[in-house]
Design a protein around this ligand. Structure first.
Ligand SMILES: [Zn+2]
Length: 119
């Protein structure tokens, strides 16, 4: 007997509507846990990824139908960081984070930073 498999609703004596609701609740709970895990990863474990998402939202001016694939690499709130645009913006985020620690702040440093960031 597989103890990990949910008990069929018919064996629990649930009506079809109750069974459907129970199924939806399990789906919602699983999805909520998945999104909370993704949020935790973005905010606590990877400030660069969180920053990459912000940078893309502020800097990308491409058409998101066929000009930029960012949204094609986001599925149900989970980002695929191996996608081309995700990698590019993660590099920009790393650059910003590295630039924040860079001293001294000179015009040349700022120009180099902006050139790298905006391409
Ligand atoms: Zn984009």
């Amino acid at each position: 007997m597989n103890l990990n498999k949910p008990v069929p609703e018919s064996l629990l004596g649930l009506s079809a509507e109750e069974a459907e609701l129970a199924k939806l609740e399990r789906t919602i709970q699983a999805r909520k846990a998945q999104l909370e895990e993704a949020r935790k990863e973005l905010t606590a474990n990877s400030p660069a990824k969180s920053l990459a998402i912000l940078l893309h939202s502020k800097l990308c001016r491409y058409n998101h139908t066929d000009g930029c694939g960012w949204h094609y690499d986001v599925s149900k709130g989970i980002h695929n960081w191996n996608g081309y645009e995700h990698k590019e913006y993660l590099l920009k985020a790393d650059l910003v984070l590295a630039g924040l620690d860079r001293e001294p702040v000179t015009t040349e440093n700022i120009e180099e930073f902006i050139t790298k960031l905006f391409g």
